[in-house]
Design a protein around this ligand. Structure first.
Ligand code: CMP
Length: 138
């Protein structure tokens, strides 16, 4: 089991001024920030990040949204990071997210759902290295 996961605070949340509150909830839950950057993805970069969803009907919408404004990308560390972070953020659709989770508090729809969290240790490593080189992880 890995102790790292990867997250993004998405453009809906950064534009509404939720970045600070979301990062606070993440660190309050015991996650340590190992790498972080504030970045505005191009459509090409967002498309490459979400290439795994290329055949899904929502892919175009997802790419347009993720390149619509700045995001915060980060690598987080904690024991059981991937599973614990997915519990902290709640279900992909905020309407189904548990009370107190980040998506329940800050997300508005399944597409504009405030945060991303890796779904496996393997994807956490792939996604983290999409944004960060070894020199940027501390
Ligand atoms: P995320 O965890 O970042 O991974 C893929 C994203 O696709 C997901 O969060 C949602 O924001 C988005 N997504 C998943 N299902 C849908 C859908 N039915 N319509 C629009 N966006 C979706």
């Amino acid at each position: 089991m890995s102790n790292r996961t990867f997250t993004m605070v998405k453009p809906d949340a950064t534009s509404k001024g939720y970045t600070g509150a979301i990062l606070q909830q993440i660190t309050d839950a015991g996650f340590t920030i190992k790498a972080m950057k504030w970045i505005h993805l191009s459509e090409k970069q967002a498309g490459a990040f979400y290439a795994v969803h290329k055949e899904r009907p929502f892919y175009g919408e997802l790419v347009a949204f993720m390149s619509s404004g700045p995001i915060v990308a980060a690598i987080l560390e904690k024991e059981n990071a991937v599973a614990d972070f997915r519990t902290l953020i709640g279900a992909t659709n905020p309407a189904q997210a548990a009370e107190g989770t980040i998506r329940k508090k800050f997300a508005s729809s399944i597409g504009e759902n405030a945060v991303h969290g890796s779904d496996s240790d393997e994807n956490a490593a792939i996604e983290g290295s999409f944004f960060f080189s070894g020199l940027e992880i501390f």
